[in-house]
Design a protein around this ligand. Structure first.
Ligand SMILES: [Fe+2]
Length: 300
């Protein structure tokens, strides 16, 4: 392992890493080494540029916390999250498509406690969000044949009329985030506000890199949803709003045509009152179609 040259460095390093007993780990490390070395050779990376890359990672670490990962954001804005999501969620036509998870999902009880479980028809708007556009979001969780799925757990999260997610102002507690468990009819329904477009966090190195590159830092408005149901692939996706000006320039590359919905306005005060909100409101009916797990498909 002496006398490394431009020509032999990659082979020497690959050999040094060759004894790993885990074939998948080895496959990944080998590929990282090859691609990184090729990248350095291709662009003839200078020492100053290499130092700048390390500095970028330090800045990511400095600004990250359990509620905010600048590393996930970097992966998002480079299109890596979208690519990983796509290759890991190939589903047949008709099954609801995946989209990126984003940095604001809360899986377990954390600083803010358990994610609130609500009943169908409950309201998320309350006093705190009354400046937003009232919206009724409802549909069925079902399989491709139309059978409703019982016991599906749906997590919804979105930003508020001030553009912020609850985790961005944690001192105020949970907001516009809920979990619904479906009954026999597979139904979900709740009232909320119309989400707004927002920028990725502008105070970190990812946004600085994007602005330096004249890239758009906005995301089109969306409602996040993640669904887990026994016997089905977990679905992480986003519901977008037709007509949003950022649909074709999403900062994190999450938009798919099948996930763009009409948030039609309903002017009926009578219908609004029936669901406990006020007119005009957006009425969003959207079924979510889950794909069976491979084991369940094989048993059919
Ligand atoms: Fe989001």
């Amino acid at each position: 392992m002496r006398n490394l040259t431009e020509e032999n460095t990659t082979d020497v390093v690959l050999n040094a890493w060759s004894k790993n007993p885990d074939p998948r780990f080895k496959e990944i490390v080998d590929a990282i080494i090859k691609h990184l070395h090729d990248f350095v050779r291709e662009v003839q990376l200078t020492e100053a540029e290499w130092a700048a890359a390390i500095e970028y990672l330090h800045k990511c670490a400095d600004i990250s916390s359990p509620e905010r990962s600048e590393f996930i954001l970097t992966s998002d804005v480079l299109g890596v999250s979208s690519l990983v999501d796509t290759i890991n969620n190939r589903r047949p036509d008709g099954a609801t498509e995946n989209s990126v998870l984003g940095p604001f999902y809360i899986a377990e009880a954390g600083e803010l406690g358990e994610v609130p479980v609500i009943q169908n028809g409950d309201d998320l708007i309350g006093e705190r969000n009354k400046d937003g556009v009232p919206s009724y979001v409802h549909g069925i969780v079902r399989d491709a044949a139309g059978n409703p799925i019982r016991g599906a757990s749906l997590d919804f999260w979105q930003n508020a009329p001030n553009g912020l997610y609850d985790v961005q102002e944690p001192e105020k507690g949970y907001n516009l985030r809920c979990r619904i468990i479906t009954g026999d009819d597979g139904r979900y329904a709740f009232t909320t506000t119309k989400p707004l477009p927002y920028t990725i966090p502008l105070d970190g190195p990812a946004a600085a890199m994007m602005q330096f590159s004249n890239r758009n830092v906005w995301r089109p408005a969306h409602l996040h949803v993640r669904i887990e149901a026994s016997g089905y692939e977990t679905l992480t996706t986003e519901l977008f709003i037709d007509g949003d000006e950022y649909l074709d320039d999403d900062a994190v590359f999450g938009v798919k045509d099948t996930l763009v919905l009409n948030w039609d306005t309903n002017a009926s005060q009578e219908e609004a009152e029936k669901i406990g909100i006020w007119a005009p409101f957006c009425d969003i009916q959207h079924d979510i179609v889950l794909h069976p797990l491979k084991a369940a498909r094989a048993a059919e």
